[in-house]
Design a protein around this ligand. Structure first.
Ligand SMILES: Nc1nc2c(c(=O)[nH]1)N[C@H]1C(S)=C(S)[C@@H](COP(=O)(O)OP(=O)(O)OC[C@H]3O[C@@H](n4cnc5c(=O)[nH]c(N)nc54)[C@H](O)[C@@H]3O)O[C@H]1N2
Ligand SMILES: Nc1nc2c(c(=O)[nH]1)N[C@H]1C(S)=C(S)[C@@H](COP(=O)(O)OP(=O)(O)OC[C@H]3O[C@@H](n4cnc5c(=O)[nH]c(N)nc54)[C@H](O)[C@@H]3O)O[C@H]1N2
Ligand SMILES: [Mo]
Length: 658
């Protein structure tokens, strides 16, 4: 996360700029955040509580007072708890506010009440996280600032120009010094287009490539046997049982790359002194996604690059901020409860029993657009007997189904404590402008609901400073060395970490073989399996590639008219041979379809993607699309590790718009 300077006059946000004192933000912001005043002061903001007056989904509402809205929520929830028990309420709050307090206080309330809760992150990076943790442990990766010492950069499954523009700036600086950039991505992303070498790998085959690289590294004497013996476990078994199956010819057949390219990449990687791998979650959002991240995260262990400054790998940094999260997230309440996987909201609303979900509270996410199988989500949200409350700054597609919509602040109207997940900085968030209209922060709403429900845990009456102190009180690791009393005014604070990659796995070493995964019936070693899909899936000839929008982040900036315009009409991209086969031409309106539904887009014909694939950037709300979000076509099937989303295992076809 960036550090932002906000320029304010008379309660209005005039302009934001990147904080020059933050070494990673380095004085500039991305295209989206640099226009934050338009979002905060957008005409589309919800400024009062609203009660539904029309059918669910129609978006017809009338303003009501906070008092009326809160009375109704408390009465309805208490009635549900009396008749069906707390499990009939589902608390479904996610991460749009990245502050620890605003992100977690509402969920803490549901923890105390013992309701059913969201199991978060599976739509995003749980498969990637699980793959990383299986190899490296639950810990951050290489410091992104150490890329300044790298002599090779490998961007694997990440479009840095789009989603990590500050790391991209650091990569560009290295490239000026002659350091090459290699990109592994099925599509010629903006990053791939600028790279020294782009390997257009087939979707969901990355584990095979990483294992193929290991095969060549060992065969050609590029493995660091001393490092392997000292710092890792299980490599001998991998070498004997798995690597023989990943010779360059087979890897070429699986990945669609040339066998010579596999050999060359292995040599480029193995001969580099300090190769830095930046992993993205892109490769993890399909059937073999967890194993893909796991295999790539093991590569620097084969050559010993984890021990070298500038070498190693980075997926996320968040795990290294070891605050006392439990104090904030689980103040009291049952230790175990029923959880709803983030990928399966539709299924939960339509099919959960004992008890069924009767009341739903959604905050800081927009599942009607961003969840897999969004058609099922919308059918679930459409249930007449479901009491739905949505807390959001905007009238989202999800909010249109709500019985009550509550106006939320944006982060610039709140104060909180933030930690990055792509750098090692934490920072206090100062409130820049007062809440717009009658908007309430997540912090305020959670505390007021707790009070009215008779919940007495102290966190529901604490101030920001008291909650920050609480997080630090039970902290461990580098974060425990920071004085919480200083954070409000300190600006960006960097964690003081010891050099070198640590491996907090069960063995304390980098694990090529995982006893704990094996004990859970999961693959003990990284491997790759063909993903055949169901017979019904196989009737559809194309595979979906989804990627972040350039000027949108999911739907969070869709309240900014300028950015909506820059993103343009929803589009899909087909290779010229696939377009020709269907008699389709660039610029024409098309439909994407499979057994789950139909969505509309404008066709771009380009070799940005290879044959067999259709690229759909972004997830767009219904108001911006003819027929709705691409997630109407994606399934809620889980990835191999971490129960993650498998958008990229979706099969479909593209045809002329009817
Ligand atoms: N097909 C496909 N689907 C995907 C992905 C993909 O690659 N392909 N990516 C997935 C990923 S990585 C993710 S993380 C998810 C993201 O999915 P979501 O979490 O649903 O993301 P957003 O659409 O950004 O929704 C955030 C909502 O929170 C609101 N909001 C902003 N600030 C606040 C606040 O302070 N308080 C409250 N109460 N609300 C606030 C915003 O207005 C917005 O409506 O989408 C996933 N969906
Ligand atoms: N502009 C913008 N920025 C964003 C977001 C956004 O929506 N828009 N979303 C934010 C969120 S919530 C997240 S989680 C992060 C995500 O950011 P990262 O985890 O860094 O991942 P992405 O940049 O989404 O990477 C997706 C890339 O992976 C490629 N890819 C897809 N499948 C495969 C595969 O099988 N193998 C390989 N090698 N590559 C594959 C895609 O083509 C795409 O270029 O970005 C954040 N930043
Ligand atoms: Mo995400």
């Amino acid at each position: 996360m960036c550090s932002i300077l906000a320029h304010v006059d008379g309660g209005r946000l005039l302009r934001v700029e990147g904080d020059p004192s933050h070494p990673v933000t380095d004085g500039f912001l991305c295209a989206k955040v640099s226009r934050e005043p338009e979002l905060v002061h957008s005409r589309d903001r919800v400024l009062t509580p609203l009660r539904r007056t029309g059918p669910k989904g129609a978006g017809q509402f009338t303003p009501v007072s906070w008092e009326t809205a809160l009375d109704e929520i408390v009465t309805r929830w208490q009635a549900v708890i009396r008749t069906d028990g707390p499990l009939a309420i589902l608390g479904y709050c996610y991460s749009a506010h990245q502050g620890q307090i605003n992100r977690w206080l509402p969920m803490a309330l549901f923890h105390v009440l013992g309701t059913t809760r969201l199991l978060p992150d599976t739509v995003c990076d749980s498969a990637a996280d699980a793959g990383w943790a299986a190899a490296v442990g639950a810990i951050g990766g290489a410091d992104p600032e150490s890329v300044a010492d790298a002599d090779l950069v490998l961007a694997w499954g990440t479009d840095l120009v789009t989603t990590n523009v500050h790391f991209w700036a650091a990569v560009e600086a290295r490239r000026k010094a002659g350091v090459p950039l290699i990109v592994v991505d099925p599509r010629r992303s903006r990053t791939a287009a600028k790279a020294d070498w782009h390997l257009p790998i087939r979707i969901d085959s990355d584990a095979a490539l990483a294992l193929g690289l290991m095969h060549v590294l060992v065969r050609d004497g590029l493995a660091d046997l001393g490092y392997l013996a000292r710092e890792t476990v299980g490599f001998a078994r991998l070498e004997e049982e798995v690597l023989p199956r990943f010779d360059p010819a087979r890897v070429a057949a699986i990945t669609g790359l040339g066998a010579a390219d596999v050999e060359r990449l292995a040599h480029r990687y193995g001969e580099a002194g300090a190769p830095f791998i930046r992993l993205g979650a892109g490769m993890s959002r399909s059937a073999n996604g967890g194993q893909a991240v796991r295999a790539v995260a093991l590569l620097p262990g084969v050559t010993g690059a984890y021990a070298r400054k500038g070498g190693g790998a980075l997926l996320l940094t968040a795990a290294e901020f070891e605050w006392d999260y439990a104090a904030l997230r689980r103040p009291s309440g049952p230790a175990e409860t029923r959880l709803v996987n983030h990928n399966r909201l539709g299924d939960a609303l339509l099919r959960m029993t004992d008890p069924p979900i009767r009341a739903l509270f959604v905050a800081a996410n927009n599942p009607a657009v961003t969840c897999p199988d969004a058609g099922a989500v919308c059918r679930g949200l459409g249930r007449e007997d479901l009491f739905t409350v949505v807390h959001d700054p905007f009238l989202t597609d999800t909010a249109r189904y709500a019985d009550l919509v509550l106006p939320a602040t944006t982060y610039l109207e709140t104060e909180d404590i933030l930690r990055a997940y792509g750098t090692y900085y934490l920072q206090f968030l100062t409130q820049a402008v007062p809440p717009q209209g009658q908007a309430w922060s997540n912090h305020r709403l959670a505390q007021e609901l707790a009070r009215r429900l008779g919940v007495t845990d102290p966190i529901f009456s604490m101030t920001t400073d008291e909650l920050v102190a609480l997080l630090f009180r039970g902290a461990t690791g580098a974060v425990a060395r920071i004085d919480p009393a200083t954070v409000r005014t300190a600006g960006p604070i960097k964690l003081e970490r010891s050099p070198g990659q640590r491996f907090p796995t069960p063995s304390g070493k980098l694990e090529f073989y995982s006893e704990s995964l094996a004990a859970q019936g999961l693959p003990a070693m990284p491997d790759w399996q063909p993903d055949e899909g169901t017979p019904a899936d196989r009737r559809w000839p194309l595979r979906l590639l989804t990627a972040p929008g350039y000027f949108q982040s999911h739907t969070a900036f869709s309240g900014n008219a300028f950015l909506r315009g820059r993103e343009g009409a929803p589009r899909c991209v087909l290779h010229p041979t696939e377009a020709a086969r269907r008699g389709l031409v660039d610029g024409e309106p098309v439909e994407l379809r499979n057994d789950r539904g139909v969505v509309a887009a404008v066709l771009r014909v380009s070799d940005e993607v290879g044959p067999g694939t259709v690229l759909v950037p972004g997830q767009r709300p219904a108001g911006e699309t003819g027929l709705g979000t691409i997630n109407f076509l994606t399934s809620d099937r889980y990835s191999d590790l971490g129960e993650g989303a498998t958008y990229q295992s979706t099969r479909l076809d593209v045809c002329r718009a009817s």
